[in-house]
Write a protein that binds this ligand. Structure first.
Ligand code: BGC
Length: 372
């Protein structure tokens, strides 16, 4: 474990924070905005506002984060309002203003970039609203808390995953293409630090050849396809693709398919989305990184609920804000690498269901992969 960073499970975090663990609840929704007022008997004084970033850069925000956060707030009987900025930074700020006007006492954000994220956090703080950076750290933002995964480790798992898949294929001096996440997302920087740490050793030893290396603005999957198409045109011998998440990976796989190269060129991913897992079952994607979003949502909502009740929860670790140099109180969770042989773990954990994953042609592949 790196110095200054504490990784722990949400349950442990909840215990350390002295909070009650959230139970499961039903009543999930895929709507873009959802809110609720608690029953009078259970009402806490505060109200939690959550702003999700978009619904295109990854399926997770709407299918997982919203669902688990809602369940936790409902179980605790705390009023909440979850909205999605749909990739629009102006809209992000408008939503934040409305939430504050409507009485939010806690604001939890997944920023679209650190600049607009900071503006929102500053405004909230000036109005006495408690702040939580959820998943993405707002650089120089000064949020009261940060809840995420160990994102450098996510990148390390991706780098190691690509090495494992290339080794399995006995690739000889493969040319590696890197499709990085958004340059405005601090997580993308951390992922890259992680995988470049692994790949640099391979470039230095001349086992691998460093190929094209580009960031994808806003994690835009369509742009990723265009970028990768250009990469492959300029360098037709690409032998491995480090894609920073499943959406970018799928964009590369689509291009590889057109060139009959899918399955031959290993591609990485992240988020254990249904699409990513299906690509793994099909043999087109080498690995993904599973981040148990329920644990992340639980840890963040525990903090938010405590803050809404006027408590001052203690964080269990901290991360360094590389811009302000401040130590931000943090909870960081542990990611897990997923390959064909442990796709079943993601189903067993309840993150995706067999019904959504094992459709059509994937049914037989699911059986082969031991998915019950
Ligand atoms: C998240 C990833 C996600 C990406 C695109 C990152 O900040 O950590 O899980 O795939 O954003 O939304």
């Amino acid at each position: 474990m790196r110095k200054g960073i504490l990784s722990l499970t949400a349950a442990a975090a909840a215990m350390t924070l002295g909070l009650t663990a959230c139970g499961d609840d039903s009543g999930t929704t895929t709507a873009q905005s959802s809110s609720s007022a608690p029953a009078a008997s259970q009402a806490a004084a505060g109200k939690v506002g959550v702003i999700l970033p978009d619904s295109k850069s990854s399926a997770r925000w709407e299918t997982a984060d919203r669902k688990y956060l809602e369940e936790a707030f409902k179980a605790a009987g705390v009023a909440y309002d979850i909205q999605n900025a749909q990739g629009d930074k102006t809209q992000f700020q408008t939503i934040a203003d409305q939430m504050i006007t409507n009485g939010a006492t806690v604001l939890m954000i997944v920023n679209l970039d650190s600049g607009t994220g900071k503006a929102v956090l500053d405004k909230a703080k000036s109005q006495g609203v408690a702040t939580i950076d959820y998943d993405r750290l707002t650089l120089n933002g000064g949020a009261s808390y940060y809840v995420s995964f160990d994102n450098t480790k996510v990148g390390t798992l991706q780098g190691e995953g690509l090495v494992k898949c290339l080794t399995d294929k006995k690739a000889d001096k493969p040319i590696i293409a890197e499709l990085n996440g958004s340059p405005t997302d601090n997580n993308a920087t951390l992922f890259k630090n992680g995988y470049d740490g692994v790949l640099k050793a391979k470039y230095d030893s001349k086992d691998y050849v460093k190929g094209p290396d580009q960031s994808v603005p806003d994690w835009d999957n369509a742009q990723a396809g265009t970028i990768f198409e250009q990469m492959l045109t300029e360098q037709p011998k690409i032998g491995g693709v480090l894609a920073a998440n499943d959406g970018l990976g799928n964009a590369a796989i689509t291009v590889l398919k057109k060139n009959n190269l899918n399955g031959k060129v290993p591609v990485t991913g992240q988020d254990a989305t249904v699409q990513g897992l299906q690509n793994i079952l099909a043999g087109d994607q080498c690995m993904t990184v599973y981040k148990a979003i329920k644990k992340e949502a639980d840890a963040a909502s525990q903090l938010a609920i405590a803050l809404a009740k006027g408590e001052k929860p203690a964080a269990t670790g901290s991360v360094k804000d590389t811009e302000s140099n401040a130590d931000v109180p943090a909870v960081l969770l542990d990611p897990q690498a997923i390959y064909l042989d442990n796709v079943k773990d993601v189903v067993a954990d309840g993150y995706v269901t067999k019904d959504e994953l094992c459709t059509g042609d994937y049914a037989a592949k699911c059986t082969e992969a031991g998915i019950q």
